[in-house]
Design a protein around this ligand. Structure first.
Ligand SMILES: [Zn+2]
Length: 497
């Protein structure tokens, strides 16, 4: 006999067997027992969450030889036929392939005929949002005044695409993505019934991979059992979904966290050499960075998503090296890279760019530190202020620009600038110690925003009384000034005593 996939073999027969949609099952059961069944239902939710299953159970409950009942027998001819999806009075229509007005007209004309053997004639239209506008209009007439014996069940993944006139005539149920733990429980019970040995970590991995869909998880379980030679192991799951070890991905992220772009690229190259799919690999990177962000911000691993997550201890270590803004930025770079991969023949450079950008974050000063330095600088300057002093807020204004673009990095000056941190032609004009910002990383900052150095052309011995000057190289010995100069890529122009 041909093998029937698990998802079909274990398709729930009763409301009580439905996995993860208990509130909806309860409501429908109570409507049935109170004999208050509506003539049109709309089931909304993503794929694989049980919409079709629920529709078939409801159809059985309505048409079972022992019904209408909240607990269909599942044994009579009608129950069996509906379960198989070939009952004469329950018509399953795929909205995606029967979109025309003609299709709906045929349906509408047929609706007037009484059911062949059961109580109700039930129309189940899957992906109902795919119907054309004229098809909806044709349907609307029947929906407004349906014959007594007709019940409509609609399901859709995109309820927002349905006309309001249809929505307002249906009782709507929103199916939720099923919780990972709930899917895992279901998988364990199926493995027991199938007499298949399953590692708990592997079951959790499959449940997470299902991302809320029981059907997807069961399809994966089928594949894993085949790959693992009748056993469900983490290794088999990894092999089936083409994932690499979480610790290997973490090693790349750790190298980035330490600012070692070269090492990160090397490790990344090794992963690719192993033959993994670049898109799947980037997805895994995104999940790992997202998980690190969760660990960093919530301090818990409860919500960690990735099925092949690395050792929690190793994660904690890497998390310690990355700030929240850095993780957010890294996730942004990876997401951007992932979206740009579509339609690109060789996406490797795009992925590598994201890694290098992440590694550069290691040099980033946290914004709070930058502001603290500025405040400190301002305070230390407050004491030595004199007339005509260029106000430090011109520098702080830059800080504002940095703040707006957080997380940002204030660039080091170009190499030649570094060498002449102390301007040889320091003007003699009296001015307090100040750093002249010259280069800021943000490419969008316009050069004219840079505070202009005060005009130095006029004679230093002009109106203001001469003041004692300090040797700029002396001033640079102050670690605070050093840091400021480095931060803004500036140089010390002059320094007052
Ligand atoms: Zn029955």
């Amino acid at each position: 006999m041909a093998y029937t996939v698990l998802a079909r073999r274990y398709r729930p027969m009763t409301f009580d067997e439905v996995v993860g949609q208990e509130p909806i099952a309860r409501t429908l059961k109570s409507a049935l027992s109170q004999n208050r069944v509506a003539h049109a239902y709309l089931f909304c939710g993503t794929r694989g969450v049980g919409k079709t299953t629920m529709a078939r159970i409801l159809a059985r409950a309505l048409n079972c030889e022992k019904g209408p009942t909240p607990d269909p027998c599942g044994k009579c001819d009608i129950c069996q036929a509906i379960h198989r999806g070939d009952d004469i009075d329950v018509l399953e229509i795929d909205g995606a392939s029967n979109t025309s007005v003609e299709d709906v007209r045929v349906l509408r004309d047929n609706a007037h005929y009484r059911p062949a053997r059961a109580r109700y004639k039930i129309y189940y239209i899957d992906e109902v949002h795919m119907l054309s506008r004229s098809a909806f209009n044709a349907l609307l007439k029947t929906l407004e005044e349906p014959p007594e014996h007709v019940i409509f069940l609609f399901s859709t993944t995109e309820p927002e695409r349905l006309p309001a006139t249809i929505l307002s005539r249906c009782q709507r149920f929103d199916f939720r993505a099923v919780a990972t733990e709930r899917i895992a429980e279901h998988l364990v019970s199926i493995c027991k019934q199938e007499k298949v040995k399953a590692e708990p970590a592997a079951v959790t991995a499959i449940a997470r991979q299902g991302r809320g869909s029981v059907r997807d998880a069961l399809t994966l379980l089928d594949q894993v059992i085949a790959v693992g030679d009748g056993k469900v192991t983490l290794e088999a799951v990894r092999e089936t979904v083409g994932a690499v070890g979480g610790d290997k991905v973490l090693a790349v992220i750790a190298a980035c966290a330490e600012g070692q772009a070269g090492r990160a690229l090397g490790l990344f190259g090794e992963l690719l050499a192993g033959g993994v799919d670049l898109q799947a690999l980037l997805d895994q990177f995104m999940r790992h960075v997202r998980d690190l962000l969760v660990v960093k911000t919530c301090g818990t691993e409860a919500e960690v998503l990735d099925a092949f997550g690395p050792d929690p201890k190793a994660m904690a270590e890497v998390v310690g090296k990355l700030s929240v803004p850095a993780l957010v930025a890294a996730l942004g770079y990876l997401t951007e890279a992932r979206s740009r991969l579509r339609g690109v023949v060789d996406g490797r450079p795009i992925a590598e760019l994201a890694l290098v950008r992440t590694a550069l974050l290691a040099e980033m000063e946290p914004l709070s530190d930058v502001l603290a330095h500025l405040e400190q600088l301002e305070r230390s300057l407050a004491g030595s202020s004199g007339p005509g002093r260029a106000p430090p807020p011109s520098v702080a204004g830059r800080g504002g620009a940095v703040a707006a673009a957080a997380p940002a990095r204030v660039a080091a000056p170009p190499p030649d600038e570094k060498k002449k941190n102390v301007a040889p032609a320091a003007p003699v004009r009296p001015a307090p110690t100040r750093a002249v910002p010259e280069a800021v990383a943000e490419p969008e900052s316009e050069p004219q925003q840079a505070p202009e150095p005060e005009p130095v052309a006029e004679s230093p011995q002009a109106s203001s009384p001469p003041r004692k000057q300090r040797d700029p190289s002396e001033v640079l010995k102050d670690p605070l000034i050093q840091k400021t100069v480095k931060m803004f890529g500036g140089r010390v122009v002059s320094a007052d005593e």
